[in-house]
Design a protein around this ligand. Sequence first.
Ligand code: T3D
Length: 270
Amino acid sequence: MGDIAKDTPLQAVLDSGVLTLTLNRPERLNAMSQELIGLMIEQFDRSLAESEVRTVLITGTGRGFCAGADLAGTGMGNTSGGNGKPDLGLVIERLYNPLIRAIRELPKPVIAAVNGVAAGGGANLALACDIVLAARSARFDQAFVRIALMPDLGGTWFLPHAVGDARARALGMLGTSVPAEDAERMGMIWQAVNDQELMTEATALARRLAAGPTLSYAAIKRAINAAATNTLDQQLDLERDSQRALGQSADFKEGVAAFLAKRPAQFTGR
Ligand code: T3D
């Protein structure tokens, strides 16, 4: 599949190994319609299949990153539960959960460049990514409770792991808006950067990862994902097995050769 045209809810551009996905519904702060989520899943399928994609970068157009589910259009409002009431679980099962799983399981780095408010599912979409950069003016809102819902898209898992139990409970129940710098301080995200530098920094980071040892990143991601439920013994075994596989990669051979020759390594992701 090629790049997506500019007037769709999701722009996709592949350049220098970086697939940049730009949420493109600025009039609704990039709230997620079902079409938008479907397009994102297609791009994650593509990222899995194509070796040319070595890093994915997600950002948004306009003043928002993503305001979560589209409360007005083709989002949750149109989902009938068959009893005259909405069945929110259906769209979660069909779209949101596959999207979050695709991000977490992709054996390549996924970066979020949070350009503005990230609310509800938009906040948790960002937290699902491996590395989150945010503009200083951005904020993270667990807005769900304001409409009598609970955090989803993995929020009840990401938050306690990132910021601890006490903060996760308070953020979920109070729906407090967390400015980017506070999010960095509490370990919710990697870094808050100056607004005008966000895309330069995020693109540089994405290109660095795209030129790096992709199999190492995949192994790190898999091991850290597994650490949430593994015992130390299981984790030590996983590290042994993953390191064994990495030791047979072309990039390991190149990394050691480059170190000994005192030159920069040229990794190919193999
Ligand atoms: O089945 C399922 O779908 C379950 C899944 C649930 C996942 C979820 O994400 S639930 C949570 C949904 N999101 C929210 O509750 C957040 C709603 N938005 C807001 O609270 C505020 O917009 C913000 C705090 C994000 C930003 O506030 P502000 O004052 O900067 O902007 P605004 O004026 O509220 O929004 C600008 C426009 O975007 C406005 O449209 P208008 O009046 O200019 O025509 C607003 O209606 C629209 N907009 C913002 N968020 C959404 C939205 N339209 C549709 N859906 C939205 N989520």
